[in-house]
Design a protein around this ligand. Structure first.
Ligand code: MG
Length: 282
């Protein structure tokens, strides 16, 4: 009680000092730099709803995996040609925002005012502080317990391979170097992931793909919002069973599509295009 009284007295004193102009008032909202990712990051880091969405996606994945294993004709990858039935099953997962939650890095960009860069992102990944996305660990362990091989197709820099293996091992997921296929590890492994999915499909029956971006499932050549939407709808029968999408409102080609990848635009120009992409009531 004494502590409470003291706090009240202190608050009263601060109010009087502010009124007299003796101490500066708190920063006004307009002095805080604007970041388009603020709400998205807050949602991912603090909302119960994000956790529930991720858990739901992985629960759906696990249920569908049982059906996939019971059906030898079931294949998930567009790159899988005929003759998959006799091959051992595998699932392909993306890493960032699918297995690992890297929002502390993006929150740091806001807190520090630092520009995003490949170097600081690598520094962050090297520290191995990203928590797992809710549901990811249980799903991977369940798949492994059912004899399903785990492959990771990620656009992380190839120099992050050892770190990625260590971070997975820390989650209890032990895989070999050959199970992680990173961007440009081979000359034909570009940003598009199809050539890497094809490599896995040579020896395995890919029964499920889990990701947070359209390009984790199909080579994402769509530069317009309309084209990307058409692509998603053309594979409507795969979503929720063969293809499992995690939410990522922080970054992705969905944002680039809003300004049609016009790299000449600065931040303000991009924001203007994003505003133009909205569909208002009237
Ligand atoms: Mg990702």
């Amino acid at each position: 009680m004494r502590g409470e009284r003291k706090m009240r007295r202190l608050a009263g004193m601060v109010a009087i000092c502010v009124a007299l102009g003796a101490v500066p008032a708190l920063a006004e909202p307009q002095r805080v730099a604007e970041h388009d990712t603020l709400n998205a990051l807050l949602w991912m880091q603090s909302s119960a709803e994000y956790q529930a969405a991720a858990l739901s996606a992985y629960a759906m994945a696990r249920a569908a995996l049982d059906r996939a294993l019971a059906d030898p004709a079931w294949t998930a990858a567009l790159e899988q040609d005929g003759g998959a039935a006799g091959k051992p099953p595998a699932v392909i997962l993306d890493l960032d925002e699918t297995v690992f939650d890297n929002t502390p890095y993006y929150a740091w960009l806001i807190a520090s005012g630092a520009p995003a860069s490949a170097q600081t992102f690598s520094d962050f990944i090297e520290e191995k502080v990203s928590p797992p996305v809710p549901g990811a660990v249980d799903y991977m362990k369940y798949a492994a317990s059912r004899g399903v091989a785990l492959f990771f197709v990620s656009n992380r820099n190839a120099a992050l391979k050892a770190t990625s293996l260590e971070a997975l091992a820390a989650l209890g997921v032990k895989v070999g170097e050959e199970n992680i296929l990173l961007k440009r590890e081979r000359r034909d492994w570009a940003v598009q992931k199809g050539s890497r999915r094809a490599v896995v499909a040579e020896r395995y029956r890919i029964v499920q793909i889990v990701g947070d971006a359209l390009g984790d499932f199909v080579d994402d050549y769509g530069v317009t919002i309309r084209r990307r939407g058409q692509e998603v709808r053309s594979h409507a029968d795969r979503w929720g069973s063969k293809w499992i999408m995690l939410p990522n409102p922080v970054y992705g080609n969905w944002e680039n599509a809003a300004y049609e990848y016009n790299v000449k635009l600065d931040e303000q120009g991009r924001r203007a295009e994003k505003l133009r992409a909205l569909v208002p009531w009237k």
